[in-house]
Design a protein around this ligand. Structure first.
Ligand SMILES: *[C@@H]1O[C@H](CO)[C@@H](O)[C@H](O)[C@H]1NC(C)=O
Length: 512
């Protein structure tokens, strides 16, 4: 009996690290600020057919509406209530989207904002997505309801009430993050409201949560909240499945709070990953691709089974969060494609691909003065739909990196090589490297300023393969380069440093 209970408990905690993706699907895409109606369409027409495992959606709760600056993206990180009406759509549209995505095997992960409500200076009134009244000054959110009893101000010991010193874990957890009203998650009542919100979404069919600002919450409080979460909806998930939890903790080292404090609760965002990979791809500070032979834990990253990895996210692509100017984003498309391909080819971590909107980037003295700009929108502030062009790219300012051929095909590559070991490493001691994934896939990068011309052991069965970067298999044709692998597994690769994309990838399903 004791053993059975132990097994059950272990199973429970383990499951929160499992993304619950459909068998054979390995990557999540963040459709940042997309409308629910567009996500539903995207699941059916693009994500399911191309093997995407899931979507991280923007926060679905009711938020403050800000006019100074005008409708910034961060207003969605300032809850007013847990009503499910947001810039992305209504509760019915949310429910329809979750159902339709689940029905095609693409699962939904909610960005959950449970550390705080709106900013202390958020005012009083009905300037919220569905016109719900609140008073930031009185700390009154009657729609939840939360009152001034439900916030941490009595615990916070700083003069300003804000976090002043990141070296002090009490401040970081008990005081206000950039003036955001800090919920008292030690209270059973607050835990209950937060868990109810998350359970309403779980019951609707979501597969898990990206939990915002976890550094600013005590692990014990989070444990209490997660412990109250329902199992996933059995219309789509196996009985007893637990919500996938991935927690935003920015830990580049050197702070009082460590990512490792959260490992037992779920996965954690590994911010070192994109910061280091960006530096390598940019060749800053003498970094070279050849140094990535031991990429992953060998680079001091968190354990593989705890990491959620990404090249850039919605914060650090605009200079917020962590990683600084090293982060490679869609603004540097050639480097971005290389970095994302490296991530998707490499076995480490659960991978998340960013899908962005354009803004009027304006960098002055290293800072983007337009880092606040919200999604493409109409003059009344409503978010624009995502139009799909005849060439399958997106219009109206939606970047849709996940639709770029090179990135989409590497999402498929990762699925094809899933479970295979990192193998057949080669490098030129500079910025030309290659590695395989058992006998299922092989990738070669040339990030040097000269050509690559080399014969390598791919570990793949003999045959002709289509490079899924310069093109892709189209019936029995190849629209890109062809790579011939001999019966001995060896193949000749030529990659000019002038190529549009200086890398080549082949896999078992790209065999002609
Ligand atoms: C959860 O859903 C129920 C039923 O719609 C609703 O009454 C309740 O207020 C919701 N709770 C939260 C915290 O969103």
């Amino acid at each position: 009996m004791k053993l059975l209970i132990l097994v059950a408990l272990f199973g429970l905690s383990l499951a929160q690290h499992n993304p619950n993706t459909k068998h054979g699907r390995t990557s999540i895409v963040h459709l940042f600020e997309w409308r629910w109606a567009d996500i539903a369409e995207e699941c059916e027409r693009f994500l399911a057919p191309n093997g995407f495992g899931g979507v991280q959606i923007s926060p679905p709760h009711e938020s403050i509406v800000l006019n100074n600056p005008w409708r910034p993206w961060w207003e969605r990180y300032q809850p007013i209530s847990y009503n499910l009406c947001s810039r992305s759509g209504t509760e019915n549209e949310l429910r329809d989207m979750i159902t339709r995505c689940n029905n095609v095997g693409v699962y939904i992960y909610v960005d959950a904002i449970i550390n705080h409500m709106c900013g202390a200076g958020g005012g009083e009134g009905t300037h919220s997505n569905c016109g719900t009244y609140f008073s930031a000054g009185k700390k009154d959110f009657p729609s939840v309801p939360y009152s001034h009893w439900d916030f941490n101000d009595n615990k916070c010991k700083t003069g300003s009430g804000n976090i002043e010193n990141y070296g002090d874990p009490y401040q970081v957890r008990d005081c206000r993050l950039v003036s955001l009203l800090d919920l008292a998650l030690e209270k059973d009542y607050v835990r209950g409201k937060v868990a109810d919100y998350m359970n309403n979404l779980t019951d609707m069919g979501v597969a898990g949560f990206r939990v915002d600002a976890c550094k600013h919450m005590w692990p014990g409080d989070l444990s209490a909240v997660y412990g109250r979460l329902h199992n996933l909806n059995t219309n789509w998930f196996a009985k007893g499945s637990r919500p996938f939890i991935f927690q935003e903790v920015i830990d580049l080292g050197g702070e009082s709070i460590k990512a490792s404090e959260y490992f037992h609760l779920g996965r954690v965002t590994e911010f070192k990953y994109g910061a280091k990979l960006g530096g390598v791809i940019r060749k800053w500070n003498g970094e070279k691709l050849s140094y990535t032979k031991n990429w992953g834990e060998g680079w001091g990253f968190m354990p593989d089974d705890k990491a959620l990895v990404f090249v850039d996210n919605h914060d650090n692509q605009r200079g917020h969060g962590a990683g600084g100017a090293a982060i490679v984003t869609f603004w540097d498309p050639r480097m971005h494609k290389m970095a994302v391909a490296y991530m998707l080819a490499h076995p480490y971590g659960v991978t998340r691909v960013m899908s962005s909107f354009r803004w009027n980037r304006n960098i002055v003295n290293g800072k983007d003065t337009n880092d606040w700009m919200g999604p493409p929108s109409h003059s009344d502030g409503s978010t624009k739909p995502v139009p799909i062009n005849p060439d399958q790219t997106c219009g109206d300012g939606w970047v849709c990196e996940h639709r770029w051929r090179q990135i989409k095909n590497m999402v498929i590559f990762r699925n094809v090589v899933n479970g295979q070991p990192h193998s057949n490493w080669w490098d030129n001691q500079n910025n030309q490297v290659a590695f395989g994934r058992g006998n299922r896939g092989f990738i070669v990068f040339n990030n040097d300023d000269w050509n690559l011309d080399v014969t390598l052991n791919t570990g793949m069965p003999g045959g002709t393969y289509c490079d899924v970067i310069s093109g892709q298999k189209d019936g029995d044709r190849c629209t890109g380069k062809q790579i011939t692998v001999g019966g001995d597994g060896r193949a000749h690769f030529k990659i000019s440093n002038q190529d549009e994309d200086p890398f080549v990838a082949i896999h078992a399903d790209s065999k002609l």
